[in-house]
Design a protein around this ligand. Structure first.
Ligand code: PHE
Length: 373
């Protein structure tokens, strides 16, 4: 700050001249009025009222004036600065009001509008169908049994009477996880069916045994419209005194009636499985045409290709060698078993044409099946 100067005329100091102060004040007014938003007003505030603004600098000049001139100049500068801060406050209030009004409009929520609920999910139809099948058997007194998907080769093959050179063990069918390490050891595979769960159950408990074993199984198939390397099976095992093939047939008939309607029947065709003897392929009557399309070109049936029957899976009486491997006396007990794939059943039951839809996890596929529990 410069030293007081007795001969100093405030009117002569450029920054303190009335017209100059008016000009600075009017410039500030114009800048505030031109500020379109609060950020711009903040800039204008710094420029026109900040410590380096012309008015603040003019204020500093007062200190250098002779005492008799100070009051006059101080009054003029004070008035200019007062008017500027008033204008600033007024513009600030105006812009804040504008912002508040805009926010109220832009961020308004119309609570009366129809709202988009969280989109409904769906359970996978493979899950609901296998649960429905389980329910049919639980109602008859069966228990649901589960086991590991990474399984000892012994449970998956040996205990089920697969000879060491059985073709089903070959690389093209089975995912091998770990080779047999020694003679007494078992290799490890991804289970190729849920039959190993039945062996585990027979070892774990004393007969009578009535279990249903649903679960994922693995085979080295390429994924295409009719194959998938991971699929779902439901297998059933009953061990008791005096069970015969008639019990098996009655159980199958009951299942297809529970799932597809009253009056439905099944038929058995001879087949071979190492773990059942005798073994059969099981077919169910076509639930759409009930056989009426057979030999009737006027009424073709897409579901059974006009054959009247739909192939379900395999079944048979448990091979005594399997009972022995599981520590059950085949002289006292007999049993039956069957198994089928849920994907195939889902295909003909719901007209699903491509198996890939079942594994891709697209909710647009699962949603139409709903939340059935
Ligand atoms: N485990 C057999 C398969 O995966 C199916 C089956 C089960 C056959 C029980 C007969 C008895 O092909």
């Amino acid at each position: 700050m410069s030293a007081p100067n007795k001969s100093y005329d405030p009117v002569e100091v450029e920054a303190l001249k009335p017209e100059e102060l008016e000009r600075l004040r009017d410039e500030a007014f114009a800048a505030f009025a031109a500020a379109a938003d609060l950020a711009a007003l903040h800039e204008a505030k710094i420029a026109h009222t900040g410590p380096t603004s012309p008015l603040s600098l003019a204020n500093r000049e007062i200190g250098a004036l002779p005492p008799q001139a100070k009051a006059e100049a101080g009054k003029r500068v004070g008035m200019a600065r007062g008017a500027v801060s008033k204008a600033l406050a007024a513009r600030q209030a105006e812009l804040e009001a504008e912002r508040d009004a805009r926010v109220l409009v832009e961020e308004a929520v119309d609570v009366t509008l129809a709202y988009d609920r969280a989109p409904a999910g769906a359970r996978h139809p493979l899950t609901t169908l296998s649960e429905r099948i389980e329910d049919v058997f639980v109602a008859m007194g069966y228990e649901v049994a589960e086991g590991p998907e990474v399984e000892a080769e012994w449970f998956n093959f040996d205990a089920l009477n697969f000879e060491p050179d059985h073709p089903a063990r070959a690389m093209q069918d089975t995912f091998f996880v770990q080779d047999k390490q020694g003679k007494a050891d078992s290799g490890v595979v991804l289970r190729t069916h849920t039959s190993p769960v039945q062996v585990r159950t027979m070892i774990d408990r004393e007969p009578p045994v009535y279990v249903i074993c649903p679960g994922r199984v693995y085979r080295t198939d390429e994924l295409d419209a009719t194959h998938t390397p991971v699929f779902t099976q439901v297998e059933l095992l009953a061990i008791d005194e005096g069970l015969t093939m008639a019990d098996l047939k009655g159980t199958l008939d009951h299942m297809v009636q529970a799932l597809f309607g009253t009056g439905m029947s099944t038929r058995l065709r001879p087949n071979y499985f190492p773990f059942t003897e005798p073994s059969a392929e099981m077919d169910m009557q076509c639930y759409v045409c009930r056989g009426e399309s057979v030999g009737n070109p006027d009424r073709p049936c897409r579901t059974c290709s006009s054959e009247g029957w739909i192939e379900l899976g395999g079944c048979g009486m448990v091979n005594p060698r399997v009972l022995i491997a599981a520590g059950i006396d085949p002289e006292k007990y007999s049993g039956f078993a069957f198994g089928f794939g849920i994907e195939r059943m889902l295909m003909f039951r719901h007209n699903v044409e491509d198996m890939r839809d079942m594994v891709e996890g697209d909710v647009r596929f699962t949603r139409p099946f709903g939340m059935e529990i």
